[in-house]
Design a protein around this ligand. Structure first.
Ligand SMILES: Cc1cc2nc3c(=O)[nH]c(=O)nc-3n(C[C@H](O)[C@H](O)[C@H](O)COP(=O)(O)OP(=O)(O)OC[C@H]3O[C@@H](n4cnc5c(N)ncnc54)[C@H](O)[C@@H]3O)c2cc1C
Ligand SMILES: Cc1ncc(C[n+]2csc(CCOP(=O)(O)OP(=O)(O)O)c2C)c(N)n1
Length: 574
């Protein structure tokens, strides 16, 4: 049989190292799924919602650093991809999306299920193109792949079902070469200038992010020379926090007071590989130096006095021999002492006292941390699980973290856990799910069952969209529209063919999580956590305090005294 365009498409993907495609099939994808059916070197991972497929592909790409692929059928099928693809694009992970299109002869007629995917996906991709002729394959697909890999983000090919079924014109992939890995480093003169600025400063603080991945030794060497505390942005946590005697925690609303103060009290702030988005957490008077692989990132978040384009590892390697040993230790010592106290304070909140009825979510997170394997992969929902993961999961260089941190979408944890587990079959994968987050894409529990993926879900059941409640209170609103009337998630899990467990008191937490982790298959633990756990920002501004005051006043006025007592019991008295 003659080779079809769809067959050539799959040849190109296999040649590029793609082992699977996440998606939901449909008429317009038939040529492509049929071509996969006949192969043993590429798999179709059926999902229940294409959005989850895009999140799963993104998690795989984050964990492997390699291209991952998802697909959706024409119209509604591929529109479901969009939120997950925004997440991939914002996280800068290489993902190719195949968006099938209505029959080519119908395009422009308002045909059944017709949309304009090229336009729809333009906002969440570096490349979005229609393949309307057989002889565009493989070139357009190869451009898409090259773009996703080299720009680190999303590329989309839109292909009508009939075009995929046409005879291929070309017979094989055109691009057969290893992925280029250039060394990007500032020039000699720039390195001298950078060294001079840093040698001049006594109180330097390093602020590192995800761009420090793979440069742990260099970063520690740098901090030693500069006697500089290291603060990290959230996406840098997994690469920076471990084996790090200079670690003073994270900054930001969910951060540690020590991270905040180390940045605010320095003379020189050295930003390396971070795109931390919140401007108000940057010092106003310090000299700011920024190193980033992408020139366009420099100065996005803070004023910058010296900007350098370079890869962290290559730049620090070239820089280190030019640095003198800073003899001034007080800044580092003070920052470390502050961190020790902040850490102690947070650890005190993570108690599972059996005389108390409430289960503190901090305790649940610390139990997960304690029981998880040394190379576990953690995913965590946007909502309060983001806070507990940041504060209580300890990294060690082997453990990995996947969240929706730049896009900030709910319901990310379960589908990302699917991508993590499919691509890392031997690893323990733990999803810290919100009750709101889980219910948003709950159909994916069926994906766990269908593919027998041994993901462990810990559901923080607080019967609320709790993070939003916090935000409302902090800004002086009365909470509204945040109640959740929840089902019994353990029973739902059982109904889906998954082990379902429950912890309703503090003493049940550890045994339930331990049982789930030991279970040879997917498991869900529903933990009834207290709803009113305050996650105070590192420094509380007058405006924020005022906000809390207004909340209480309004709550009393509206006759909700009980709630204030709850709030007081859990937060103020702890
Ligand atoms: C509800 C919620 C609350 C949050 N609160 C906080 C908070 O309190 N604190 C916090 O820190 N985060 C918080 N976040 C996360 C925050 O939104 C950002 O996602 C995070 O701060 C970004 O981390 P990053 O700078 O490490 O990563 P990114 O934003 O991914 O930035 C990485 C940077 O590194 C550069 N880079 C990549 N590779 C290299 C290389 N090889 N060499 C040099 N540079 C490179 C990139 O160009 C980019 O500029 C929160 C998120 C959510 C959802
Ligand atoms: C798709 C999406 N919808 C809405 C929001 C706004 N939002 C952020 S956190 C949150 C609540 C999350 O609730 P849940 O998963 O129950 O976690 P909790 O905060 O209660 O622990 C909402 C609604 C969002 N970030 N993403």
């Amino acid at each position: 049989m003659a080779k079809r365009v769809a067959d050539l498409l799959i040849d190109v993907l296999v040649g590029a190292g793609v082992e699977r495609i996440y998606g939901v099939p449909g008429d317009s994808l038939n040529g492509i799924t049929d071509s996969i059916r006949t192969r043993d070197n590429i798999a179709w991972v059926g999902m229940r919602n294409e959005e989850a497929g895009a999140f799963a592909a993104g998690a795989q790409a984050h964990l492997t650093g390699k291209l991952a692929v998802c697909a959706g059928s024409c119209g509604p099928g591929n529109m479901h991809l969009i939120n997950g693809l925004y997440d991939c694009q914002r996280s800068r992970v290489p993902v190719l999306a195949i968006a099938a299109q209505v029959p080519s002869a119908e395009i422009g007629s308002g045909y059944f299920q017709e949309t304009n995917p090229v336009q729809i996906f333009a906002g969440c991709s570096h490349y979005s193109e229609l393949i309307s002729q057989a002889d565009q394959m493989p070139r357009v697909l190869e451009i898409a792949i090259q773009t996703a890999i080299s720009k680190r983000g999303v590329a989309v090919i839109v292909i009508p079902g009939d075009v995929a079924l046409r005879d291929a014109v070309e017979q094989k992939p055109r691009l057969v070469f290893a992925e280029p890995k250039p060394t990007v480093c500032p020039s000699d003169d720039e390195l001298s200038e950078l060294a001079e600025v840093l040698n001049r400063s006594k109180k330097t603080t390093i602020f590192g992010g995800a761009g420090c991945a793979g440069a742990h030794d260099e970063l520690i060497g740098l901090a030693g020379k500069l006697q500089a505390p290291i603060v990290h942005a959230y996406r840098g946590k997994e690469f920076i926090e471990y084996d790090n005697p200079f670690d003073v925690g994270m900054t930001g609303l969910l951060g540690f007071s020590s991270g905040y103060h180390a940045m605010m009290s320095c003379d020189t702030l050295l930003m390396i590989g971070t795109d931390f988005p919140y401007q108000q957490f940057f010092p106003k008077d310090a000299t700011v130096v920024q190193i980033d692989l992408r020139g366009e990132q420099i100065g996005r978040r803070s004023k910058v006095d010296y900007g350098f384009v370079g890869d962290t590892k290559a730049t620090l390697r070239a820089l280190l021999p030019r640095l003198q040993q800073n003899q001034y230790e007080a800044h580092l010592k003070e920052s470390l002492e502050h961190y020790r106290k902040a850490r102690q304070g947070l650890d005190k909140l993570a108690t599972g006292d059996s005389s108390e009825k409430l289960i503190h979510p901090q305790y649940v997170a610390s139990v997960i941390d304690k029981l998880a394997s040394q190379d576990a992969i953690f995913t965590f929902d946007v909502g309060t699980p983001v806070i507990w993961a940041a504060r209580y999961l300890r990294m060690n260089g082997k453990r990995r973290l996947v969240g929706s941190l730049n896009h900030g979408s709910m319901a990310n944890a379960l589908p990302q856990a699917i991508g993590a587990q499919v691509s890392h079959p031997g690893r323990q994968v733990i999803s810290m799910s919100g009750d709101g987050g889980l219910s948003m894409l709950m159909g994916e529990l069926l994906t766990l069952h269908q593919h027998n993926l041994p993901v462990k879900l810990v559901v923080f059941k607080n019967d609320a969209l709790s993070f939003v409640e916090l935000e409302m209170r902090a800004s002086g609103f009365l909470d509204f529209a945040t109640n959740l009337k929840n089902p019994d998630f353990a029973k739902i899990a059982e109904g889906a063919g998954i082990l379902g467990l429950r912890a309703e008191t503090p003493d049940q937490v550890e045994p339930a999580i331990a049982q789930a982790l030991k279970h040879d298959g997917p498991a869900l633990v529903e933990v009834h956590v207290s709803r009113e756990e305050l996650s105070m920002p590192p420094t509380i501004t007058y405006e924020q305090v005022k906000g809390f005051g207004i909340f209480m006043l309004k709550a009393v006025l509206s006759g909700r005294g009980d709630e204030i007592i709850d709030l007081a019991r859990v937060n103020l008295l702890r």
